[in-house]
Ligand binder design. Structure first.
Ligand SMILES: Cc1ncc(COP(=O)(O)O)c(C=O)c1O
Length: 301
């Protein structure tokens, strides 16, 4: 029997609103998400049983879909309802306190061919699983990144600000980084400026300035990135969006990356060379503390 399924027993998948055990959660080989990466997706997580910043993630899902000419067949309310149901059911399977939620909408199955009108209708998959714990040593010691030759796709090709199922260049980048024993890769754009890592936004600290590349550099507008820019400004920190080179990255006082699941993760080595003294810096720690406070406050409201 071919191995079609991946049975993580503590996960569940909602397929077009039907809760499906992991071993039965399969997709047609004629689905365009499988054939062409013709899909959009979002990842969020729960804090205190609630999906975090779900509206912001759904906004971005709609933005991604619109950008690829996909008119989502489900209402936001319906997707929220499916998420609620799935969360209730997955909680009954495990005693995990935190969950990972991935919402994927594919353009659906149909006769093979690139033309999107060949689709018979979209498919909505929502994956629920316990949130994997991030190695605490990563926060204590920082992680190492390498600058890869694989560039982030140019905005005019497939805009990186669309969270689509088409992540193959990022896959190639992280593959190159893993071959070098690094945690992840830093991807540049076609002009040689830093964009982001393969699945997180990147930031540097120069003196008291906190800098992250602008979305125009060709990167995904991270929801954590957006929150942190706002939190930083509210706390009168000098945050700006500005292009920088890989040389500036390597000689920064501090480097960190941000994403929903990792929050604020210090980077202490680039291309095998230490960043400053090789320990997570004070501004990175401060921003992470502020972000945690923001999470706590958001969960209260
Ligand atoms: C390419 C890329 N950049 C940045 C991020 C971080 O985005 P967010 O903060 O919304 O999780 C992600 C998230 O998965 C990503 O895939």
């Amino acid at each position: 029997m071919p191995n079609l399924s991946f049975a993580n027993q503590s996960s569940l998948v909602s397929i077009n609103g039907v809760i499906t055990p992991p071993e039965e959660a399969t997709v047609s080989v004629f689905d365009r998400g499988f054939l062409y990466g013709d899909s959009v997706y979002e990842v969020t997580l729960t804090y205190d049983d609630t999906p975090f910043l779900l509206d912001a993630h759904l906004d971005r899902l709609w933005h991604s879909a619109t950008s690829i000419g996909m008119d989502i067949n489900w209402s936001r309310e319906k997707i929220k309802e499916y998420i609620d149901t799935g969360l209730k059911e997955v909680r009954a399977l495990t005693d995990s306190k935190r969950y990972y939620i991935r919402v994927i909408i594919t353009r659906g199955a149909g006769e093979i061919g690139l033309d999107p009108t060949l689709s018979n209708g979209q498919n909505l998959f929502i994956i629920f699983k316990p949130l994997p714990e991030i190695n605490p040593a990563y926060y204590k010691d920082g992680v190492d990144l390498v600058v890869t030759d694989v560039i982030r796709n140019p905005k005019m090709a497939m805009d990186p600000n669309v969270k689509s199922g088409n992540y193959l260049n990022n896959v190639m980048a992280i593959r190159a980084a893993k071959e070098k024993g690094a945690y992840d890769a830093v991807m540049l754009n076609e002009k040689g400026f830093v964009t982001e890592s393969t699945s997180a936004n990147i930031w540097i600290v120069l003196g008291d300035k906190i800098i992250t590349p602008p979305i125009e550099a060709g990167l995904l507008g991270g929801i954590t990135r957006k929150s942190l820019i706002r939190i930083g400004l509210e706390n009168e920190l000098k945050i700006k969006e500005q292009n920088f080179s890989p040389e500036t990255l390597s000689s920064a006082d501090e480097v960190f990356i941000t994403s929903s699941t990792r929050e604020v993760l210090p980077v202490t080595k680039i291309n095998g060379e230490l960043i400053a003294n090789g320990a997570p810096g004070p501004i990175t720690k401060k921003l992470h503390a502020l972000y945690k406070e923001f999470v706590k406050e958001s969960c209260k409201s």
